[in-house]
Structures are given as structure tokens and as C-alpha cells.
Design a protein around this ligand. Structure first.
Ligand code: SF4
Length: 175
């Protein structure tokens, strides 16, 4: 066999090995079999755009937006730290907000999103009930902002306070 054929065979074997590796990595990451069209990291694109919904007054950057083979969009939010038995309400509402941001920015309503915790993934369906909860929460946030009142702590979880970004200024923290 000529040298050229050896090179072709070698390249073919390399391509198969890379394909197997990428399939194994995808399985390990538990990400859906879909194309990433948005990523909140400058490794994938120069400046990840912030998604905006002027009507709702929402801005945000999902960790990922995936596009399935059927063309459906799925927001994915990656959470580090403890994996809960069921997703926290705040995480479900955050994902729903990304669902609405995708609706305004990509003219397509996602049916669900994924919460990617360390040990487990949760599918969160974007039901009318969850959307209504989010809209109510947004109204409450606006009222709190306007009234300048600090809301009462809604939980007794040391772990939540430990990993909270507002610990430094919160006078209701548990630890
Ligand atoms: S530190 Fe304050 S804002 Fe953060 S979780 Fe605890 S009580 Fe809530």
C-alpha cells in the first residue's frame, strides 16, 4: 500500500477516535444532543450578548442555549455546589425568565429548560403556572425596589446563606 493510503487510513482512524471521544464527553456532561447556539463564556464567542426583554424589564445571560435537531431551543443553567432533591424555586424561576428572554430575542417559546446540577439534571417545564409565578415575583421585586423595604428571609437554610452573594450586606443571614 502506498504511503498516501496509510496517511488516509490514519486520518480516518483519528477522526473516528475524536468522534467517539466527543460522544463520550457529551454523555458524561449529560447535556442534550443539541447544538450550542449561545454560551455565557468568551471561549465560544467574542462577547456573549445579554438577552433583553424591555416589556418585562428583564435582562439576563443563560449559561447555554441549545438547539435540538428539530429546531427547538432549550435554556440550560449550570449550578455548582449541593445537588438538591428537587430544584430550588429560585432556580426554576430563573430558568423560566430565560425562557421568556429566548421568546423575546429568538421569537420562539421554549417548552422547557434544564437545570444542570453537579450530580443530576432536572427538566423544568415552562407551564403557564410557572410563568405566572415569575410574573408575580417580578411585580413583588418592583414593589420592594420602589418601597425601599428589605424583605424578610424566606428560609432557614444555613447552606443557602453560606453560598449567597449578598451575605456581605445582608443583616438576616443565618451564619
Ligand atoms: S444571606 Fe441573606 S439574602 Fe442571602 S440567603 Fe441568607 S438571608 Fe437570604
Amino acid at each position: 500500500m502506498s504511503n498516501m493510503w496509510w496517511v488516509v487510513l490514519l486520518l480516518f482512524a483519528l477522526a473516528i477516535a475524536l468522534l467517539m471521544l466527543s460522544l463520550r464527553e457529551r454523555r458524561k456532561s449529560r447535556m442534550p444532543d443539541a447544538q450550542v447556539i449561545y454560551a455565557d463564556t468568551d471561549l465560544w464567542q467574542r462577547v456573549p450578548e445579554t438577552l433583553v426583554d424591555h416589556q418585562l424589564g428583564l435582562v439576563g445571560k443563560p449559561d447555554y442555549v441549545m438547539k435540538t435537531r428539530q429546531g427547538s431551543l432549550i435554556p440550560v443553567e449550570v449550578k455548582t455546589g449541593h445537588t438538591p432533591d428537587t430544584p430550588y424555586d429560585s432556580h426554576r424561576l430563573q430558568l423560566m425568565a430565560y425562557g421568556l428572554l429566548i421568546q423575546s430575542n429568538y421569537a420562539q417559546s421554549p417548552d422547557y429548560g434544564l437545570l444542570h446540577y453537579l450530580d443530576k439534571d432536572f427538566r423544568v417545564d415552562f407551564t403557564p403556572n410557572l410563568e405566572a409565578q415569575l410574573r408575580e415575583t417580578l411585580v413583588e421585586i418592583r414593589l420592594i425596589e420602589e418601597g425601599n423595604e428589605i424583605p424578610a428571609r424566606s428560609h432557614n437554610s444555613n447552606a443557602r446563606c453560606r453560598s449567597c452573594g449578598y451575605r456581605g450586606i445582608c443583616d438576616q443571614k443565618l451564619i
